[in-house]
Design a protein around this ligand. Structure first.
Ligand SMILES: Cc1cc2nc3c(=O)[nH]c(=O)nc-3n(C[C@H](O)[C@H](O)[C@H](O)COP(=O)(O)O)c2cc1C
Length: 152
């Protein structure tokens, strides 16, 4: 089955732009593969919207020793109450290795939360140090490929 025409949502949270750059990389990769892509900032997004998509990518930053984005807390809480048995998702995000054991911890928290919806994860969590490099774009391409393979 072709992935042409599948619908993807990329939900991101950012303060200084690194995670929007990760989201933009994902949008470009998905668009090049023929998907219809919507990019959405987390505080402007409802988790229920995910039901309208075939695949989704969550791209949060991590703050204050493993904390979730403040403006994404409503989204995070409401996510647990949505039923998404048809959705395949991937998770990526930028943090800072300086924070050691808290590095990109919001990715793990979002992964646990979205699993409550019945959605299926594909690929590993893609942790990116600060601004995404060309090498990181390759890792994001591999994530997209894993998600699309699972979604077919
Ligand atoms: C006060 C503060 C706390 C932070 N805490 C963490 C953390 O616990 N874990 C982590 O991986 N990164 C942490 N970071 C780094 C940011 O997640 C990192 O700079 C990220 O690229 C920011 O994303 P953004 O540019 O999309 O806002 C922290 C940054 C600041 C300023």
């Amino acid at each position: 089955m072709s992935t042409d025409g599948l619908k993807a949502q990329v939900v991101f949270a950012t303060i200084t732009g690194n995670n929007e750059a990760v989201a933009d990389n994902l949008v470009e990769i998905l668009t090049d593969k023929g998907l219809q892509v919507t990019k959405s900032e987390i505080s402007q997004t409802e988790p229920e919207e995910l039901a309208d998509y075939d695949v989704a990518f969550l791209v949060p930053y991590t703050y204050d020793e493993g904390s979730l984005p403040e403006e994404g807390l409503d989204y995070f809480d409401d996510l647990a109450d949505v039923d998404l048995p048809e959705l395949t998702y991937g998770i990526a995000g930028s943090g800072d290795t300086f924070y050691e054991e808290y590095y990109c911890m919001a990715l793990d928290k979002f992964d646990k939360q979205i699993q409550k919806t019945g959605a299926k994860r594909a690929g590993e969590l893609v942790r990116i140090n600060l601004y995404p490099s060309p090498k990181d774009k390759e890792r994001l391409t591999a994530l997209v490929d894993a998600v699309l393979k699972e979604a077919q």
